[in-house]
Write a protein that binds this ligand. Structure first.
Ligand SMILES: *Cc1c(COP(=O)(O)O)cnc(C)c1O
Length: 360
């Protein structure tokens, strides 16, 4: 059979592949994962529950139970909660729900690179609002104007923003909600490291949607679980884009246990914030480095020879995220916070590179 003759959906061949094949890093600080596995007490509880799963049944009560637990934490009903395979699935489906040929989705740039890809997949038009190149701040008035002028169906703000690390205040988010009429998604993947959430605005602005994930602060990237909070009518529409039984029980039971035991994570999150602040000060001491203030679990730095630095680190088994020549992120490297020892080792390697370059 000649595979060349297969007729794929139009424009599929132009879609980029998100290549996640990884090397075996000694220190992996390239994907904003948590540097620690489950706390031992949580692990025991998860393993106990996993051993009692009815593998022969489609998921049912486990989904309801997690939805109820999440809803009650925010003073909402379970009808206000949509659970997905990572917030990635939620964002993808939301773009699908507000996409299609005649609709526009607006978001700042640089931000999460997947927004462009999901918009493309949903056949929606993308309108990007450039962040200020000096400090990556968002001009809120300009954002509001572009969202309204483009008649966007959906506006997206990642807060705090990946990969720049900075955040809007809740007042700024409310300003956007108040002065636009479209659906507004706040992607709060890193909110636990910031402490200010837009969830307090949900009841006042039914057009507002907040996406959360268990992958970052709760260190559950492996199970793929995230959720969306919003008005029941909007959640019901977005829900139509999901297949039945889309969440598996292994994920639901693990996420539910972690959510119940979330107090166990408070000290770790504090520690990750402290590490971010400590390392920010350290990176600032390197000559020629611009260090962007971060409200997340990663730090974005800009330096000459970023590509060479990335190579030098890779040769030592250290994986960071280098942005190559992505728009607005030229010469930038993003370093996720790992354990204290890992952070020190990554810093030492970067310092050694900076000093050897300085002597040339
Ligand atoms: C990591 C990340 C996500 C997706 O995380 P999931 O693992 O799919 O839940 C979403 N948005 C941003 C900005 C992220 O950095």
């Amino acid at each position: 059979m000649r595979l060349k003759k297969l007729r794929y959906r139009s424009k599929l061949n132009c879609m980029p592949s998100y290549d996640v094949v990884e090397r075996e890093w000694k220190i992996k600080v390239n994907a904003n994962e948590c540097g620690m596995n489950l706390p031992p007490m949580v692990e025991d509880r998860v393993m106990g529950r996993l051993s009692r799963i009815a593998f022969n049944r489609y998921p049912n009560e486990d989904l309801e139970q997690l939805m109820e637990a999440i809803a009650s934490n925010y003073g909402l009903q379970k009808e206000n909660v949509l659970i997905g395979n990572g917030s990635s699935e939620i964002i993808e489906k939301l773009f699908f729900a507000f996409g299609g040929r005649n609709l526009t989705i607006a978001y700042p740039q640089p931000s999460f690179s997947m927004y462009r890809i999901y918009a493309q997949a949903a056949e929606a038009r993308s309108v990007v609002i450039e962040l200020n190149p000096e400090d990556y701040s968002l001009d809120v008035r300009q954002f509001i104007q572009k969202v309204n002028d483009s008649k966007a169906a959906l506006a997206v703000v990642c807060n705090p923003n990946n990969p720049t690390g900075n955040a809007l205040t809740i007042e700024q988010i409310e300003d956007i909600a108040q002065h636009t009429s479209c659906a507004l998604l706040i992607d709060e993947a890193y909110v636990e490291f910031y402490g200010q959430s837009a969830t307090c605005l949900l009841k006042k602005y039914p057009k507002l949607l907040v996406a959360r994930t268990f992958s970052k602060a709760y260190g559950l990237a492996a199970i793929r679980c995230g959720y969306l909070l919003g008005d029941k009518a909007v959640i019901d529409m977005v829900k139509k884009t999901f297949m039945p039984y889309h969440m598996d029980v292994l994920t639901l039971v693990t996420a539910d246990t972690v959510f119940q035991m979330r107090d166990e994570y408070v000290p770790r999150i504090q520690q990750m914030i402290a590490e971010r602040n400590r390392m920010t000060e350290q990176y600032k001491t390197l000559p020629g480095f611009t260090v962007y203030p971060s409200q997340t679990n990663f730090i974005l730095v800009r330096c000459d020879l970023a590509a060479e630095l990335n190579e030098a680190l890779a040769a030592k088994g250290i994986g960071v995220r280098c942005f190559g020549n992505s728009a607005g992120l030229e010469d930038c490297i993003r370093i996720s916070m790992g354990t204290r020892e890992e952070n020190d080792a990554v810093f030492a390697a970067i310092k050694a590179f900076a000093e050897s370059e300085g002597q040339k």
